[in-house]
Design a protein around this ligand. Structure first.
Ligand SMILES: *Cc1c(COP(=O)(O)O)cnc(C)c1O
Length: 405
């Protein structure tokens, strides 16, 4: 299928290009020494991802450890309530450890093992990426260093406990504001010292090349499964698909299965409390082009041009940029990006729980809210939503801050 001059039959061969660019977005903007480490990872990835042994092992792990394929559920009661449109969800909440993140963490850790590395290193904000990576490290018997700001360590006690139980070293970062930004800095510094024995595992389709490509490829299992399952269930393609976008990994993997199809695609960013800078994390809607954390994309900047403070009720979505592929697909018009605010999200959180018996992650509830909104504008057809994770981690927070709706 051709769209605005891009041939989607050969899209995955051509994007990103060999230097990691999706159009003008992406690339690798880090020190020379770390660039060498990234080249080593790129070469290993291109060799390994064609190896039968690697592919078979990843398949087996997905089936026997992760519980893949995850099903698609038809939201029958919710669809009946809305009237004309059928809603479906792809159940990444049923992936082991409760979200899509394990898809790329298992891939990255398996790559580390094939490269002969002894350790995986990462930062974490809310702790979700740290938990997924600690899970993968435990499975493969790798050491795992997770850098986390002391402010976040206090806020996210259950995830800190999970990481420790799984055998990870949680390394407290105390300087500056002691949150995600400082944790990223320290994790990169540690990696620069240890890259011979360790691999840095980025938590989304972000960072320098090859991570936006590699994480998308590891997440593409979601889109491939979803397309096959949906056509088998209904005999046709969905009319529209929806996913939430923080860094953009669950969306990138899910969308990849449908980019070459006549399907409307929607990526949903968090509008938080509103459109004022600092009140949201909707970088693709309100941001401008810039370089941060080693890649060129669309980002939210403060008055000095540095990454702006961001906010969302969903801690997994509050990042001041999005992956370079999303910036590219936005400019191209192949994917439409829109926003959902905190209040609409909490409504959808309760609606899906009450109507279907599925408690979604607050991140995923953004996509559910948009799917419901979209269905109300359609006279017929179907909408498939990626339910990126389950809401167990969010229940206390929702009850404390919003009560029962
Ligand atoms: C981390 C997280 C997200 C956001 O990450 P993406 O890279 O944008 O997918 C979304 N949903 C859940 C459940 C998460 O844990």
């Amino acid at each position: 299928m051709e769209f605005n001059g891009i041939n989607f039959d050969t899209y995955f061969k051509n994007y990103p290009d060999k230097d990691g660019y999706f159009g003008k977005y992406g690339g690798c903007f880090i020190s020379d020494e770390l660039t060498k480490a990234m080249q080593e990872i790129t070469e290993a990835y291109f060799t390994i991802c064609k190896s039968r042994k690697f592919i078979d092992e990843l398949r087996r792990i997905r089936r026997e450890f992760q519980g893949r394929p995850t099903p698609i559920s038809h939201l029958e009661r919710l669809s009946n309530k809305l009237g004309n449109v059928q809603l479906y969800v792809k159940r990444e909440d049923l992936n082991h450890s409760g979200a899509h993140k394990l898809n790329h963490c298992m891939g990255e850790a398996l790559l580390a093992k094939y490269m002969g590395k002894k350790k995986v290193i990462a930062e974490t904000g809310a702790g979700q990426h740290g938990v997924a990576l600690a899970t993968a490290a435990a499975y493969f018997g790798l050491e795992c260093d997770i850098y986390m700001g002391s402010v976040d360590i206090k806020k996210q006690a259950p995830n800190v406990a999970r990481m420790k139980i799984l055998g990870a070293n949680v390394i407290e970062v105390t300087h500056g504001l002691a949150t995600l930004k400082e944790a990223v800095d320290d994790a990169f510094d540690a990696y620069a010292k240890e890259y011979k024995d360790a691999i840095y595992c980025i938590g989304s389709v972000l960072g320098p090349h090859p991570f936006p490509m590699m994480v998308r490829d590891f997440q593409s299992v979601v889109g491939i499964e979803a397309r096959e399952q949906f056509t088998e269930m209904t005999g046709e393609l969905p009319d529209a698909i929806v996913a939430c976008v923080g860094g953009g990994s669950n969306a990138a993997g899910f969308f990849s299965g449908f980019l070459n199809d006549p399907v409307e695609i929607y990526g949903i960013e968090p509008l938080g409390r509103g459109p004022k800078l600092g009140d949201h994390a909707a970088s693709l809607k309100y941001g401008t082009e810039g370089i941060m954390h080693g890649f060129n994309s669309i980002m939210l900047k403060d008055e000095n041009g540095d990454p702006a403070p961001v906010y969302s009720v969903a801690s997994g979505l509050d990042y001041p940029s999005s992956g370079p592929e999303h910036a590219f697909l936005r400019d191209l018009g192949r994917v439409k990006y829109d926003v959902i605010n905190d209040d609409e999200t909490i409504d959808a959180f309760f609606e899906l729980s009450r109507m279907e018996g599925i408690i979604p992650a607050i991140e995923s509830a953004h996509a559910v809210a948009y799917g419901i909104k979209l269905a109300k504008t359609m006279s017929h057809g179907s909408v498939l939503i990626n339910l990126s994770g389950r809401g167990d981690k969010d229940m206390d927070y929702v009850i404390e801050n919003y009560g029962i709706r």
